[in-house]
Ligand binder design. Structure first.
Ligand code: AQP
Length: 338
C-alpha cells in the first residue's frame, strides 16, 4: 500500500506532531511505500515570515529523519518543489462546492484569529491537502484526529466529484484514500488549556513542548502547565482535561502504556507527577535531538536527500495529473516537433 503524509513548516515541531503523526510514519515505512512531504504551500495560507519559512522547511525535513524516517526506505520531499500539487489543486477547486469548504472546523478556527485578513488560500487549504494525497494514489493517510475532517473531504472530492462524474466504464480516476488515525495520542492538548489542541502557531510558547526544547525549558514549561486542585491523575474525566492530557503524554513518552501509567500515578499529587513527566519527556526526545544536531550540520546532504525524494515523488505525481487533465478534457500537449 502507499502511504502519504506531511507537516506544515509553520514553526518548530512539537510533541503533538510527533506523537499524533510522525512517530506513526516510522512504523509504516517498514511495511508500506511511504511518501512524506514538508507542506510549505500550506504554511503560507496564514501570514508568515519568508526567511523563517525556508529555514523551518529544512528544519522540518531534518526532524523527520531525526525522528526515524529513513531516506533509503521512504521519499522525503518539499511540496512546493513539485508543481503538480498546485496544478491538481486548481483542477479540484473547479469541482469542489464552496459550501463544503465553509464547514471545515480548522478554517472556522483559524479564520476567526485573523479578522479581516483571511486569505482565499486558508479557505482552500483542504483542497490543496486533497491534491497532496490524491496525486500519489495514496491508500492510507496517517494523521492526528484534527485532520480527519480534511481527509473525509479528500475522499468526497475523489469519489463524488471526480470518479463518479468523469470516470468511464466504472474505472476510477483517483484513488479514494483512507485515514489512519492511531487512537493513542491522536490529539495532544495544550499545556496551558487542556481543551485546546497543542499547536505550532499558538502565540503562547508555554502551551507546547517542541522537539528542540532544552531540558531546562521543558522543565519550566511543565512546571507552568495548567493543573487542577485534585490529587491523583486520571484518564477520561471530562471535568479534568489537563489530567487526562498530561497522563496520556506521560503514558506514551515513558513507554509504560495507559494501564501502568495510571497505576503509578492514580494517587500522586501534581508536585510529584510533574518531575516524572519532565524526565520521561526529556529522555524520549533526547535521541531525536542528538540525531538532529548531526543532520543539520550537513545541509548539502539534506538537500541531496530532498532532491532524491522529489524525483521519486514527481514521477508519480505527473502521471496522476495527466490522467485527470485528460479526463477533464484538457487538450494534451503535442509532443511531435513541427
Ligand atoms: N496536538 C496534536 N496532537 C496530535 N496530532 C497533531 N497534529 C498536529 N497537532 C497535533 C498532527 O500533526 C500533523 C501535522 O500537522 P500540520 O502541521 O500539518 O497542521 P496542524 O494540524 O494545523 O498542526 P499544528 O501544529 O496545529 O500547526 P499550526 O499551528 O500551524 O496549525 C497532522 O497529521 C496533525 O494531525
Amino acid at each position: 500500500m502507499r502511504v502519504l503524509s506531511g507537516v506544515q513548516p509553520t514553526g518548530e515541531l512539537h510533541i503533538g506532531n510527533w506523537i499524533g503523526a510522525i512517530r506513526n510514519w516510522v512504523e509504516l515505512q517498514n511495511i508500506h511505500q511511504t511518501y512524506v512531504c514538508v507542506v510549505d504551500l500550506h504554511a503560507i495560507t496564514v501570514p508568515h515570515d519568508p526567511k523563517k519559512l525556508s529555514e523551518n522547511t529544512l528544519t522540518t525535513a531534518a526532524l523527520y529523519i531525526a525522528c526515524g524516517m529513513n531516506p533509503e526506505q521512504c521519499a522525503i520531499f518539499i511540496q512546493s518543489q513539485i508543481s503538480a500539487h498546485s496544478e491538481l489543486c486548481w483542477l479540484l477547486n473547479c469541482v469542489t462546492p464552496l459550501n463544503w469548504m465553509e464547514r471545515m472546523i480548522q478554517f472556522k478556527e483559524k479564520s476567526q484569529k485573523q479578522g479581516d485578513n483571511v486569505s482565499i488560500g486558508l479557505l482552500d487549504y483542504p483542497v490543496l491537502m486533497a491534491a497532496d494525497i490524491l496525486l500519489y494514489d495514496a491508500d492510507l493517510v496517517p494523521v492526528g484526529e484534527d485532520q480527519k475532517q480534511h481527509l473525509e473531504l479528500a475522499r468526497d472530492i475523489a469519489q463524488q466529484r471526480i470518479n463518479s462524474r468523469f470516470g468511464r466504464d466504472g474505472k476510477p480516476i483517483l484513488k479514494v484514500p483512507k485515514p489512519l488515525i492511531i487512537k493513542e495520542g491522536a490529539k495532544i492538548m495544550s499545556l496551558t488549556d487542556g481543551k485546546k489542541k497543542m499547536s505550532k502557531s499558538d502565540p503562547n510558547e508555554n502551551s507546547r513542548i517542541t522537539l528542540l526544547d532544552t531540558a531546562d525549558l521543558i522543565k519550566k514549561k511543565i512546571k507552568r502547565a495548567k493543573t487542577d486542585s485534585h490529587i491523583g491523575l486520571e484518564f477520561d474525566n471530562q471535568e479534568r482535561p489537563e489530567a487526562d492530557n498530561l497522563l496520556s503524554i506521560f503514558s506514551i513518552l515513558s513507554g509504560l502504556g495507559r494501564e501502568e501509567a495510571l497505576k503509578e500515578c492514580s494517587t500522586m499529587g501534581w508536585g510529584k507527577f510533574k518531575p516524572l513527566l519532565t524526565d520521561a519527556t526529556v529522555s524520549a526526545i533526547e535521541p531525536i535531538q542528538s540525531r538532529y544536531k548531526e543532520l543539520i550540520k550537513d545541509r548539502g546532504e539534506l538537500h541531496r536527500i530532498l532532491d532524491n525524494g522529489r524525483s521519486q515523488a514527481e514521477e508519480i505525481a505527473q502521471v496522476t495529473l495527466e490522467r485527470l487533465q485528460a479526463a477533464l478534457g484538457l487538450l494534451k500537449k503535442n509532443k511531435v516537433n513541427h
